[in-house]
Ligand binder design. Structure first.
Ligand SMILES: Nc1ncnc2c1ncn2[C@@H]1O[C@H](COP(=O)(O)OP(=O)(O)O)[C@@H](O)[C@H]1O
Ligand SMILES: O=P(O)(O)OC[C@H]1O[C@](O)(COP(=O)(O)O)[C@@H](O)[C@@H]1O
Length: 639
């Protein structure tokens, strides 16, 4: 691939990795870790040698407050002086820059004291607990490192020259630039009032009590664990395309540049770029990436397929990489986690940071992934075209197939957004086509009533109806049968059989929705994710990814987000809203009358501590996922 294809001809070609760096194999040397450039001004870190091993911390994490070496010291109980006067009181005759630093420290301490909320103030739950599932791995748990004062200066773009005293207001601003390591974001914000509440999730054992789960707030820290001049970063984009990839790369590069990092490598064509000598890494600069966000795709290239991860780790070591940013989905994050573990075995001081990319939005825990909004927006164009065609034709039927191999988020959101869809079919909600309660019959009803019918079908829907190849792609993802084309031919056959004249149009915008550049909302998400990935690495975290949780950006441990791919919950409010909007009924696989159902099993009150299946006679879409009662709600609806 011509790496500059998307920039036009006026730019110079990026240089490839210098051979000298390729030849050098770096080994971890604690003494050459982070260099302290300005001793003193920040709260002292605990002695490096005292850093407990990771395993011990995982077992015994008494409090996040004390487990992080860069936690600010607890403020003295007697100190109640306002930040400014306290800071002034502590400053003897000093140089301007020294005084500025001490002021800054005192103000930060006071600020922390004033603003610190202990677990008791925010409720119990995961915060600071020994088994906190969202505690992120910090490099100091793995090896001794001494932090330094952050070089990130978002306000000024650089430090003031020595001898020039900053105005007080600037110091105050700086104090507010950093996120404290103890800041947390609540993961689940709904406190369910009853076990039948829609969307409720049950813990093991059927516990539905509200348990606060806290995630770690992302953002720049006052102390960093790598000196920018010692950082060599690598960025890779893996998996399928997604709008916004270039935006994320751009912001990672910009933010590294603001910290002062000079060496940034772009790995070409995903993980393959580590092992294919035809595509060596390219040197990335602020100038080179400044306009890449205007184009879709990834200017570095993407790929699927799994090269030997040891080869990748060899290359990271050979090239001296100590920041590794992986922009990818579930598969890439699984790879990132494996790479982190292998780096750990080799005692490499490296921050492995993921940035979730999945157009399917199928990543656990986060509000949404970047590019998803854009794909939903682009899908509107296809749905609208289907609607226009259908509404202008005699008995017009428009069918749109949308991406979503194993989850129907794009189809669901695009349907809700468009307001032009009669039926949406997704992988998570099985359906029957034939019969009184099947899809075809409902299509006929809509045609009889409105003269048109628009159907959105996710590519992973109804796979059980098709002959699948059973194969997998290079990354191990299942290769699906083409449900869109198949459904199109079946619809034509059905209406032919019942001798009803229909005009069926089929639109498959699959690659159009992910090949475009992103919309404004995604530009913003990409920017903040990219920036926070760099903040996370400098803050010393590893094996983390960045997510948007309840509108806040957080660091999440990679293992938590890849436990299982996210799917549309048919018991969720959002699915109910969607079918309320389309007006479609359930298309149950095994339609049964409620009387038959009752005869089969005498329902008793649910066993203690077991979820009660929520039933919604209105939408009929609230399907219990418990095996004994699969479609009771659908049966109620049909009566
Ligand atoms: N379980 C896994 N362990 C290690 N690496 C994986 C795993 N699954 C996928 N990968 C790697 O991640 C890359 C992207 O995975 P893929 O499934 O294609 O996309 P995505 O990351 O979007 O899910 C692949 O090139 C492959 O090398
Ligand atoms: O044809 P390709 O490039 O394998 O991509 C198609 C697949 O990628 C997806 O978009 C998911 O990929 P990502 O999770 O990597 O974004 C699926 O919806 C779709 O089946």
């Amino acid at each position: 691939m011509n790496i500059l294809a998307c920039f036009g001809s006026g730019q110079s070609r990026p240089s490839t990795t210098p051979s000298s760096t390729r030849a050098r194999r770096s080994t971890f040397d604690p003494s050459k870790g982070a260099r302290v450039v300005r001793p003193g001004p920040l709260p002292a870190a605990p002695p490096a040698a005292a850093a407990p091993p990771r395993a011990a911390l995982a077992q015994k994490r008494p409090s996040v407050l004390s487990s992080r070496p860069n936690s600010a010291p607890s403020p003295s109980p007697s100190s109640s002086t306002p930040a400014r006067s306290q800071a002034q009181a502590q400053v003897p005759a000093q140089s301007g820059s020294q005084r500025r630093e001490d002021n800054s420290q005192a103000q930060r301490s006071q600020y922390n004291k004033d603003n610190m909320r202990r677990p008791s103030a925010v409720g119990s739950g995961s915060y600071g607990q020994a088994n906190d599932p969202f505690a992120c791995t910090h490099l100091t748990e793995l090896m001794p490192i001494t932090p330094i004062e952050s070089t990130y200066r978002a306000h000024s773009g650089g430090t003031l020259p020595d001898g020039i005293e900053a105005p007080e207001s600037r110091e105050q601003n700086m104090r507010r630039l950093y996120v404290h390591d103890e800041d947390r974001v609540l993961l689940k914000v709904v406190h369910y009032g009853n076990p039948t509440s829609v969307g409720i999730e049950f813990e093991e054992g059927g516990d539905w009590q509200f348990k606060p789960l806290w995630t770690q707030r992302a953002g720049p820290r006052a102390q960093i664990y790598f000196h920018p001049s010692a950082v060599k970063a690598a960025i890779v984009t893996c998996g399928g395309l997604c709008p916004g990839l270039n935006d994320v790369i751009r912001q990672v590069v910009f933010t590294l540049d603001v910290y002062g990092v000079k060496e940034i490598l772009g790995i070409q064509y995903g993980f393959k770029g580590f092992v294919d000598p035809k595509y060596p890494p390219v040197a990335l600069t602020r100038k080179l990436v400044s306009r890449v966000h205007m184009a879709g795709g990834s200017f570095l290239g993407v790929s699927r397929g799994t090269p030997d991860l040891n080869d990748i780790v060899d290359k990271l070591q050979d090239w001296g990489i100590n920041f590794f940013f992986i922009i990818g989905g579930n598969g890439s994050h699984a790879g990132a986690h494996e790479i982190y573990k292998r780096c750990l075995e080799r005692k490499m001081k490296i921050a492995v940071v993921g940035i979730p990319k999945t157009i399917d939005n199928d990543l656990q825990l986060v509000d949404k992934t970047f590019g998803f909004d854009t794909s939903v927006e682009e899908a509107q164009r296809a749905i609208n075209a289907a609607f226009v065609e259908a509404s202008s034709a005699y008995n017009g039927v428009g069918i749109v197939k949308l991406m979503g191999r194993q989850s129907g988020f794009i189809a669901m959101y695009a349907t809700l957004a468009s307001g032009q869809v009669d039926i949406v079919l997704i992988p998570e909600v099985p359906f029957v086509l034939e019969g009184e309660h099947g899809v075809y019959n409902f299509m006929k009803k809509r045609l009889d009533k409105n003269g048109l019918c628009v159907v959105v079908i996710a590519e992973g829907a109804g796979q059980e109806l098709l002959e699948s190849s059973g194969g997998v792609d290079a990354s191990g993802n299942p290769i699906l049968g083409d449900i869109g084309k198949w459904f199109y031919s079946q619809v034509k056959a059905y209406f032919g059989k019942i001798k009803m004249s229909v005009d069926v149009k089929y639109i498959d915008p699959t690659y159009m929705i992910r090949a475009r550049h992103c919309n404004s909302s995604d530009h913003i998400i990409c920017s903040v994710l990219g920036q926070n990935a760099v903040h996370g690495a400098f803050a010393g975290y590893t094996d983390i990814t960045i997510g948007l949780v309840n509108t806040h950006y957080v660091f999440l441990p990679i293992p938590k987000v890849i436990e299982v791919a996210r799917k549309v919950d048919p018991n969720s409010n959002m699915w109910h809203r969607t079918v309320t909007s389309t007006g479609q009924p359930d298309f149950p696989m095994v339609p049964q009358k409620i009387s038959e159902k009752k005869a089969q099993s005498q329902p008793s009150s649910p066993p203690k501590s077991q979820p009660t299946s929520p039933k919604s006679p209105v939408s009929g879409s609230s399907r219990s996922q418990s095996p004994g009662d699969p479609y009771l709600a659908g049966a109620i609806h049909l009566i």
